[in-house]
Write a protein that binds this ligand. Sequence first.
Ligand code: ZN
Length: 485
Amino acid sequence: MVFAMGATSHFIKRTALRRGWVGPLAFTIALVATASPGWGAEQQYCELYAPGHFGNWYEVAGENEMRRVLQEAKHWGYNRYGDWFDTLDCVNPFSGDRQYSLGNALWDRKKAHFRTAQDLGLATDLIITPNHVYRDQLAPKWLAESGGRVFGQLICPRKPGGREVILSNYENLFADLARAGVRLTALTAAPYDYGGCNCERCKPWILTFAELTADIYKIARRHHPGIELHFIGWWWSAEEHRLFAEWMDRHLPGAAVSMSLWIPYGKTSVADSPLPANCRKHAFVHIGYADEAEPRDVYGKTGPVIAPARIEKTVADLAAQGVSGVVAYSEGIFDDVNKALLAGLWSGRYRTAGEVLAGYAQRYFAADRKRSRQWTGWLTLWGRPFGVDAVAARRSFSRLPGGPRDWRWRQWQLKADMFAAHQAIVAAGDEWTPARLKRAAEFFYAEELLQREVYGTGPLRHIFARKFLDLPWYASWRKHTQQVH
Ligand SMILES: [Zn+2]
């Protein structure tokens, strides 16, 4: 009901802007929308951006598993679902090759998940990084100049033929989604990670990116009438925001519906960046790490993550900054609690992180009101995991309600196991004695159970690779054991 009411005021606001109602009426409507309980409609814009790649949970999830996760996401307050076809390691699935390879498998799965999201009533958003192409399109004559923020399977859209390759890729993707019955509601573009070209002709990249995106948007509209154009401000500089806003106002006025501004690690608010006219200010919220950025507890490499203090503060700070929508950046189900925290607070359903956590324990661990408080206290500690007495936490965990057959329960048990081993390794000095090696083996045993039995993840690549494990003893253990991972 709150959503329906909000949607109406949102419609009126948009109409007012489009029709140029700039008098007291529009002002009054804007005030009402901003002050309404439950944050008003625009503030309820809440997207779960769940890229399936690198062997993460989304990449390997079956259709039924994904439906369950999206149903729960909707329960907590998400109303949009986004995915990115990260073409890394993939050859062109539309090349006509009769082999059904990784690119085909990943793309078909994405189509299925979009259909599921659509059936559940969620808006559907294809995220793109325009000049990131398939591996078999990396012809030397087209290669982009990389360096700094620019890396990946990139070709230059200013080199003869390069732009055509990029546009044909999007023609294929949008047409294929439409054939599969997916009616995309949004296209969201990001210039970096993976994207960009440092060549002279592409400078400044942000404008080349804007031009390229405008062409892709035209293709998208042909296959998905009414599709909206959004942007993600991940890694943009202040100067890039300024150039981009000017360019959009001149060439595509009113087309940019929102800009999800980047919140750097450890921060809880967005920078005051210039935006194109009528472009809504949204925020890209990284839910894959704990309360603090350092020491790193990120991407599930050291178990599930929780950030009750950070997310509560982020929601409050963003609201104070007039941010009207959030995009949760999620890399798997290890951030399940953070998913609930962000949407539960952003939607206005819950007032505090503690209330969300109590609701979470009641929903998933069959805890009554009293026992849900035990869970709330236990989980909250892990917001700062490196300060937890893991042995004590492991002991008290066995007294919490819930059961070992449930993945939400089991992931926290294994997190406590991993940290108990980690703390013992740190406490045992610098030498790799048999006892200390045994602790390391316990750590990796718990890690493997988590990855294979609980999450069922695939071959983990890139940010998820063990070689990037950010624990102080890891490099020396690797050297000592001459491990290849
Ligand atoms: Zn270039």
